[in-house]
Design a protein around this ligand. Structure first.
Ligand SMILES: *[C@@H]1O[C@H](CO)[C@@H](O)[C@H](O)[C@H]1NC(C)=O
Ligand SMILES: *[C@@H]1O[C@H](CO)[C@@H](O)[C@H](O)[C@H]1NC(C)=O
Ligand SMILES: *[C@@H]1O[C@H](CO)[C@@H](O)[C@H](O)[C@H]1NC(C)=O
Ligand SMILES: *[C@@H]1O[C@H](CO)[C@@H](O)[C@H](O)[C@H]1NC(C)=O
Length: 506
């Protein structure tokens, strides 16, 4: 078993490395439809990022299977090195940023102006961005069939990092900087933050999270602008007779230009999409994305305070609806106002764009279908499904029709059993360990979360499941207040993290 003198900083909060909107934010069949609709512009984003050549790229050869001898195939794991602040021969640490579930290219800004730059500057260390297996160009298979994805799991990916840290001969560096002789600081956010914690506590099989993470939207409901939150409540809440979820007829769907969509679940899953922009917010508009604020402004229209919210309007066709509903509908239709609207960008039939019952559209296996990667991890080990709250007593800003069956069905559609591997009936998140997972801790493991992060309920800072604990020098436990921590890997926690590393290493 690996034993590394490792300081891991596990920021379970989400981070945005550039404003790359992630259609798989709410894993479901609908999110794949949106991915397919937006594939061209997503590829353009990636091509743009790939032009960043300020840090040289290298590869480290990894076995595709570390454990079971099922294949002798290898792949080149990409990594990028920054020697900008390195003081050779001083025993300074290597700061490695885990690329998580995306191309490592998208993390390079963190090495230029973000956390890796900050930490290497503070320590005289070397910076590394390490790409995750199967993502970006660290791909060792010919296609993404169920069988070929069977080496995409937590255990294999953690062993990649350990193997890298123990054995890498960093290109252009004469010094031996391998672990355990050199201290390594392992940093990650969101999924990669959980990986950092796993690396540190040496329990690669423990996973955070629970299957039905309905609290995601409760965080938004609690912290959004009060007028916007109240409008969302009036428009979508089952307690309100005129809300859209109580009126899923053709006339109401027509307001959204979606009357051609047969399934009510498919319809409400399109309405959920703008809420994904919450995760990209930040106190500093230069860093965060304003799409959620734009959405709220559109929804609120001319309503400026809570007293305005409860009004109804009578539409020309005779429908009486809550005043915010036509605003919501217009926002969903009108693609010109922002990036989260899709109805007007649909050039095929509505069923072809937003229907989710045709299995064949999810059975495309070539390696351009990168949505298959994170979705596979969700379906097999992570289970991050963002359902509506099952109980009518819990207020909701998304429809309760978005239940686990609906969100999970794409796992069955997209990953039919292979010859060597079948996905589990439900993600194997070891539910008996869930409470232990929220208590995850180790010396020199810093756990940093954002107060308003929608994923906070899945972290050791969970408002719902985690017990309070002390913030100590050996076990730092920080909750960054307000919106700031929605992208904590950029700038905001600089003084705290610097102090932390210097204390812990020094
Ligand atoms: C891997 O290589 C070894 C040695 O050449 C061989 O014995 C073994 O059968 C190979 N395994 C697979 C799965 O091809
Ligand atoms: C996927 O790749 C494997 C080789 O790894 C090949 O045998 C198989 O036919 C391919 N399947 C598809 C659907 O492309
Ligand atoms: C918003 O505009 C509508 C239509 O012009 C009007 O009926 C309504 O009273 C206005 N609401 C507020 C709060 O100003
Ligand atoms: C609504 O849909 C119809 C037919 O699908 C289309 O002609 C019309 O332009 C759409 N309206 C908007 C605002 O996109």
């Amino acid at each position: 078993m690996l034993r590394l003198p490792l300081l891991a900083a596990a920021s379970l909060a989400s981070y945005c490395a550039g404003a790359v909107l992630d259609p798989l934010r709410f894993p479901s069949a609908q999110s794949i439809n949106i991915w397919q609709l937006r594939a061209k512009s997503l590829q353009a984003d990636a091509a743009l990022s790939a032009r960043d050549t300020s840090f040289p790229v290298s590869t480290f050869t990894q076995p595709l299977d570390h454990f079971h001898g099922t294949t002798n195939a290898t792949f080149g794991q990409r990594y990028w090195v920054s020697t900008r602040h390195q003081k050779p021969g001083t025993g300074a640490p290597v700061i490695v940023l885990d690329g998580g579930e995306s191309s490592g290219v998208l993390r390079l800004p963190l090495m230029d102006t973000g956390i890796v730059d900050i930490l290497t500057k503070a320590t005289g260390g070397l910076g590394v961005v390490l790409e995750h297996r199967y993502y970006g160009d660290s791909v060792g298979v010919q296609n993404f069939t169920t069988d070929n994805l069977r080496w995409l799991n937590n255990e294999q990916a953690l062993e990649d990092s350990a193997n890298f840290m123990r054995n890498v001969k960093l290109s252009g560096i004469d010094e031996d900087l391998t672990a355990p002789n050199t201290p390594w600081i392992y940093y990650g956010g969101s999924y990669a933050g959980a990986r950092s914690a796993h690396m540190k506590v040496l329990y690669p099989d423990i996973v955070f999270g629970a299957i039905a993470s309905s609290e995601y939207f409760d965080v938004i409901r609690t912290y959004a602008d009060p007028t916007c939150s109240a409008n969302l409540d009036w428009v979508t809440e089952v307690r309100r007779p005129e809300s859209i979820v109580n009126n899923l007829d053709r006339a109401h769907k027509a307001l959204f230009n979606l009357s051609g969509l047969a399934s009510d679940q498919d319809f409400v899953s399109v309405l959920q999409i703008p809420l994904g922009a919450w995760q990209d917010k930040n106190w500093d508009p230069a860093v965060g994305d304003t799409a959620f604020d734009d959405f709220c402004a559109a929804l609120n229209g001319n309503m400026t305070d809570l007293a305005d919210v409860e009004q109804d309007v009578r539409l020309p066709d005779g429908l009486t609806v809550n005043a915010a509903l036509p605003n919501y509908a217009q926002y969903i239709i009108d693609v010109t106002s922002n990036a989260w609207n899709y109805v007007a960008s649909c050039t095929a039939t509505l069923e072809e764009c937003f229907g989710t019952s045709d299995d064949s559209r999810y059975q495309v296996y070539d390696i351009s279908q990168t949505w298959r990667l994170w979705m596979f991890q969700v379906c097999t080990q992570w289970g991050y499904f963002t359902t509506g709250p099952p109980s009518p007593k819990t207020p909701a800003i998304i429809s309760r029709l978005l239940d686990l069956d609906y969100l999970h069905k794409v796992c069955v559609q997209a990953y039919p059993p292979g010859q060597f591997f079948s996905i589990p009936p439900l993600p194997n998140v070891t539910p008996v360990n869930v409470l232990g997972n929220f208590a995850i801790a180790a010396d020199r493991l810093a756990i940093i979360d954002g107060e308003q992060d929608p994923w906070r309920p899945d972290t050791p800072h969970s408002q719902y499941y985690a017990k309070p604990r002390a913030d100590t020098v050996t076990r730092p436990f920080k909750l960054i207040p307000g919106e700031r921590a929605l992208s904590p890997l950029r700038f905001e926690i600089e003084p705290e993290i610097q102090a932390l590393c210097i204390m812990t290493l020094g």
